[in-house]
Design a protein around this ligand. Structure first.
Ligand code: PLP
Length: 439
C-alpha cells in the first residue's frame, strides 16, 4: 500500500457528502472497495454484480450501538433490506438480532445460527405454518398487525403448548414525509393496529392464556431523513404506554422499528447520534427494553451494483447508455423514482462530459437506472457502478425477461468472495416441467 501514494478521492471530493460511502473510493483513477480494486472483482466474477463492504456494515452497527449505549437496545437488523447469508452472518457476529417478515427469512436466520431470542417477526400476512415454525424455534416476539392474526397465533401456541410473546404493531397516524410507497405510519396504511383497538386487546390480554401480550411495536416508514416524524410518533406511543400502565398493563418491550434515512444524493439525514439524542429523552426512567430494526441504515451504503455498458445509442434528443443491468437487478429507480449515483469504475478525467440516460436491456420503457446524468463520455465496455445499492437491491431482483440474477460479492479488507453465484439458465428453469397433456 505504501507505494500507492496517488491521490485518494472519496465521495466528498466529488461534491457528495463525505462519510456516506467511504469504503468505496477512487485510488488514482480506479474504484476500490475497502482494499480491493473493483475491476479485479469484475474481471473474475463478471457483470452485473452486487458488491458489499463488510466494514461498512459493521461500522453502521457500531454507530447505533454507540449512540444507544446508555440503554443497550436489542438491534434486530431488518433482513428484508438485504438477506444474503454472508451479510446476515456478518451482522449477527457483531451482536445483532434479526427482524424477519416471512418463513423464508426465518429459514435464513436459522441457516446463519441466529439466536432465536434475538428474532422478532413482523408482517401483515403470517400463515399458520410460518407461525408454527417460529414458535417451535422459540423466537423472541411476534409483532402482530391485526386481531385475526392474534387469534391465530393464540390457537397455534395452544396446540403446541407454548406461550408466545406478542407485541402489537401500533399505527400512530403520523406522516413520515417520505415516498408514499414506503410510508407505513399513516392511518390509511395497511400496517398496524389503531390505538383504540390496541388498548382493547391489552385490557383483554388474559383472554389469551397462551400469549404474553407485553410489547409495542411501531415502524412508520422508510428512508425518513428528518427527526421530527420519529419524535412525533414515539411521543404518542410513550403517552399511550403511560396510559396503559395506569390501567395495570405492564409493557416489557418497545420496538421502534427502522426507517432511518441514508444519503443517496443530496439528503442530509440525521446521524445515529442525532437520532439517539432526539429520542432518548422520551424514554427516561422507562423500564421497557428498546428494540431497533434498522435495515437500510445498515446496508444501503455498504453496497454497489456494477454493470457494463453494451453500447451507446444516440437519438436526436438523447444519449442512452445501454447496460447489461437494469430494473430486473435494481428496481428502485423504476419503482420509487429513486436516485443512485453513477460512478465509472475507471475515471476519465479529461474526457468531455455528455448527458446520458442509463438504461437496461429489458423490454419495458420503465427500465432505467439513472436519468440525465453528466458523465465523461461513455463507450462500449465501460463499467459503471450504481452506488448505495446495498439495501432493497438484490432482494428485489427478478428473472423478468428470463434474465439470470446477478452474482453477489462480499469484500473484507483485501479479500473478497462470491457470496451468491450468478444464476445460470439451469437454475432459471429449475422446478418447471412440461406435462404430458401439452405439446
Ligand atoms: C422494512 C421494515 C424495517 C426496516 O426498514 P428500513 O427503512 O430499511 O430501516 C423495520 N421494521 C419493519 C417492520 C419493516 O417492515
Amino acid at each position: 500500500m505504501g507505494k500507492m501514494s496517488k491521490k485518494i478521492i472519496r465521495q466528498g471530493d466529488l461534491g457528495f457528502h463525505t462519510g456516506a460511502m467511504h469504503d468505496f473510493y477512487y485510488r488514482g483513477k480506479e474504484l476500490y472497495c475497502e482494499k480491493v480494486r473493483v475491476l479485479d472483482i469484475v474481471r473474475k466474477v463478471g457483470t452485473p454484480v452486487y458488491i458489499y463492504s463488510h466494514n461498512t456494515l459493521i461500522e453502521h452497527v457500531e454507530k447505533l450501538q454507540k449512540a444507544f449505549q446508555s440503554v443497550q437496545p436489542l438491534i434486530c437488523y431488518s433482513v428484508k433490506a438485504n438477506s444474503n447469508l454472508a451479510v446476515l452472518k456478518s451482522l449477527i457476529a457483531k451482536g445483532t438480532g434479526l427482524d424477519i417478515v416471512s418463513g423464508g427469512e426465518l429459514y435464513r436466520a436459522k441457516q446463519v445460527g441466529c439466536d432465536p431470542r434475538k428474532i422478532v417477526y413482523a408482517g401483515v400476512g403470517k400463515t399458520e405454518p410460518e407461525i408454527e415454525e417460529a414458535l417451535r424455534y422459540g423466537i423472541l416476539l411476534f409483532n402482530v398487525e391485526s386481531r385475526p392474526e392474534l387469534e391465530l397465533i393464540h390457537q397455534v401456541a395452544q396446540r403446541l403448548k407454548k406461550r408466545a410473546n406478542i407485541s402489537l404493531r401500533i399505527n400512530p397516524g403520523v406522516d413520515p414525509r417520505t415516498h408514499h410507497h414506503i410510508a407505513t405510519g399513516k392511518l390509511e396504511s395497511t400496517f398496524g393496529i389503531d390505538l383504540d383497538t390496541a388498548r382493547q386487546i391489552f385490557l383483554k390480554r388474559f383472554d389469551y392464556p397462551s400469549l404474553n401480550i407485553c410489547g409495542i411495536h411501531v415502524h412508520i416508514g422508510s428512508q425518513i431523513v428528518k427527526g421530527e416524524p420519529f419524535v412525533e410518533a414515539f411521543r404518542k406511543i410513550v403517552g399511550f404506554i403511560d396510559s396503559l400502565e395506569r390501567e395495570g398493563v405492564r409493557i416489557e418491550t418497545l420496538n421502534l422499528g427502522g426507517g432511518l434515512g441514508v444519503i443517496y444524493n443530496d439528503e442530509v439525514p440525521q446521524t445515529a447520534d442525532q437520532f439517539a439524542k432526539n429520542i432518548l429523552s422520551l424514554f427516561k426512567g422507562k423500564k421497557y427494553r428498546l428494540i431497533l430494526e434498522p435495515g437500510r441504515f445498515i446496508v444501503a451504503n455498504g453496497g454497489i451494483l456494477v454493470g457494463r455498458v453494451l453500447w451507446v445509442k444516440q437519438t436526436k434528443v438523447k444519449n442512452f447508455a445501454v447496460t447489461d443491468t437494469g430494473m430486473g437487478d435494481l428496481i428502485r429507480p423504476s419503482l420509487y423514482d429513486a436516485y443512485h449515483e453513477v460512478w465509472p469504475l475507471v475515471r476519465k478525467d479529461h474526457a468531455r462530459k455528455l448527458t446520458y440516460d442509463i438504461v437496461g436491456p429489458i423490454c419495458e420503457s420503465g427500465d432505467f437506472l439513472a436519468k440525465e446524468r453528466h458523465l465523461a463520455e461513455l463507450e462500449s465496455g465501460d463499467y459503471l457502478a450504481f452506488m448505495t445499492a446495498g439495501a432493497y437491491g438484490f432482494v428485489m431482483a427478478s428473472n423478468y425477461n428470463s434474465r439470470t440474477r446477478p452474482a453477489e460479492v462480499l469484500v473484507r479488507a483485501d479479500r473478497f468472495a462470491v457470496v451468491r453465484k450468478r444464476e445460470d439458465f439451469h437454475s432459471l428453469v429449475a422446478g418447471e416441467s412440461v406435462p404430458a397433456f401439452v405439446g
